[in-house]
Design a protein around this ligand. Structure first.
Ligand code: SF4
Length: 357
């Protein structure tokens, strides 16, 4: 069932812009600006992060790196350290790589077409449309979770938003709806409307300008739209971190392998198939440290770290070790740990140990 005649589309566009005129919120520093570099930074930060959580990171990045060239010239460890705690670290690596590309290939000029913007590392269709419309006033419609929700409810679209067909249908409709003269206001309006008015759990239908023409409201389907085909099943993983200490100093190493936490620092890692009992842990430790003289100091509580597709169970075994351990480990005094970027679960562990990183 759908509700997308031309007349309905015009009504939707006009009412949305009217709603925006009343609810236009410029309280966040990236709203209403046209600096493409700052808009790009904010969009990457907000990709997996709520605005309140992302705000201090946006302020830190714009202060440390006021131009794209400043970001390009920064040390990778410094960029990762500034990103520490925000998660999904590939965003920081991609930001840095794209800044280097803009500095070296575009003479520091931020690309000003959708096709060029989408070539930047870490930039997908949503982010490219946001930058193109906010910074350059180009008519490219954003399609994110808010947009899927608003469109599926108002127009009564029951196509799953995570199916290829559904994605295409929503993208075409969004592009038809965008106001060609005011693409920035339109894009901001639909995202804000989705966040504030047509929210996931409790849409404010009573005071909604669309209520008399909204398919979901009229058919009692607000709770079930938008449809999704698949439920994400999280993969369970079990990590045992061996926190090696040599003469009171921590042995840490940079994670170079692709995957989660790449380029952050961690400890010697043992991954297992399931939870291990103490005897099994001791056996694993003996295997890992074969040939070294060591003493287990303590085993931590279990920590759980949740990512989009993974649930990671982590325990930390603190071990005093004698003699020179492997070359790729850095020996770091406790007070110097704060110079390195660690995954959140390791920061939590350090905090529980009374160590501020
Ligand atoms: S009436 Fe309710 S469901 Fe429909 S657009 Fe408004 S807030 Fe969303």
């Amino acid at each position: 069932m759908g509700n997308n005649t031309n007349d309905t589309k015009i009504f939707f566009r006009e009412e949305l812009l009217k709603w925006n005129a009343f609810h236009n919120d410029r309280s966040l520093p990236w709203k209403g600006i046209d600096n493409p570099y700052f808009i790009w930074l904010s969009e990457i930060i907000l990709q997996q992060t709520r605005a309140e959580q992302g705000l201090p990171y946006y302020l830190k990045f714009t202060e440390h790196y006021p131009t794209v060239n400043d970001l390009a010239n920064a040390e990778e460890d410094e960029v990762m350290k500034l990103w520490q705690g925000l998660g999904y670290y590939s965003r920081a690596r991609n930001l840095h790589a794209a800044a280097k590309y803009i500095a070296s290939e575009k003479a520091g000029e931020f690309p000003d077409t959708y096709d060029e913007i989408i070539k930047l590392k870490g930039v997908g269709p949503y982010t490219a449309a946001a930058i193109a419309s906010f910074a350059f006033k180009l008519p490219h419609a954003v399609v994110d979770g808010n947009v899927y929700r608003v469109l599926s409810r108002f127009f009564g679209i029951e196509q799953a938003i995570d199916s290829t067909k559904g994605k295409k249908e929503f993208a075409v409709l969004a592009q038809e709806l965008i106001d060609k003269d005011e693409p920035a206001s339109y894009n901001q309006a639909i995202m804000d409307f989705g966040a504030k008015q047509c929210s996931p759990a409790k849409p404010n239908c009573m005071y909604c300008p669309f209520v008399h023409r909204c398919s979901a409201f009229m058919e009692g389907k607000t709770a079930i739209l938008p449809f999704k085909e698949k439920k994400i099943k999280k993969k369970e993983r079990f990590f045992v971190y061996v926190v090696l200490k040599e003469e009171g100093q921590f042995l840490i190493k940079k994670r170079l392998e692709p995957g989660i936490w790449q380029n952050l620092y961690d400890f010697s890692l043992i991954e297992t198939e399931k939870h291990c009992e103490e005897a099994e842990l001791n056996q694993l430790l003996n295997n890992r440290l074969e040939g070294y003289e060591f003493e287990t100091v303590k085993c931590s509580k279990a920590y759980i770290h949740i990512l989009t597709h993974q649930k990671i169970h982590v325990r930390f075994l603190t071990v005093d070790i004698k003699g020179q351990y492997k070359q790729d480990y850095r020996k770091v005094e406790t007070e110097n740990l704060k110079r390195y970027a660690f995954p959140k679960v390791i920061i939590n562990f350090f905090e529980d140990e009374g160590i501020n990183v």
